[in-house]
Design a protein around this ligand. Structure first.
Ligand SMILES: [Zn+2]
Length: 156
């Protein structure tokens, strides 16, 4: 546990937890239902997880998706707007409330981790992102997470 680490200090907003991981909804969501699966113990890298911890990640991802699919996102983001958890959060939350699929159930997911600063990690406590996807949310979804390198994302 690190005093200055935000993910070591989030207990109030957990929506799920098991022995090793907990889940929260992202306060800067990229799509309705965007959630983060985070180890309870301060762990930087996915590669720092032990063999015993890995099965708990599988379980956490599975259970988190079940929760996402039962969540009323309008209610969630109205509540998040009231809680006002960060300076930037209201902008993202408004975007979600206006999102054309905010009343829909996700139709797909991008599940991933920014492994290292070069890959885009800004909080140095592991957080596996579960980003729900909706038909038509981007012009051309081909390649998915490959599009982090835009010119080489689409291989078709
Ligand atoms: Zn931490």
């Amino acid at each position: 546990m690190k005093k200055e680490c935000i993910f070591c200090n989030l207990k109030k907003t957990w929506i799920y937890d098991n022995r090793v991981f907990y889940t929260v909804f992202d306060i800067h969501p990229a799509s309705p239902g965007h959630a983060l699966v985070i180890p309870k113990k301060h762990t930087v890298s996915l590669l720092d997880l032990t063999k015993d911890e890995w099965p708990y990640l599988r379980d956490a991802i599975h259970k988190t998706i079940n929760i996402i699919e039962k969540t009323d996102f309008v209610k969630l983001y109205k509540k998040m707007h009231e809680a006002n958890p960060s300076k930037r959060s209201p902008w993202f939350v408004q975007k979600m409330l206006k999102h054309k699929s905010v009343r829909k159930k996700p139709e797909g997911y991008n599940i991933g981790n920014n492994e290292g600063e070069i890959a885009g990690r800004t909080v140095h406590h592991l957080h596996v992102q579960i980003i729900p996807r909706y038909k038509g949310d981007v012009k051309n979804p081909t390649g998915g997470i490959r599009t982090v390198i835009p010119e080489l994302g689409n291989y078709k």
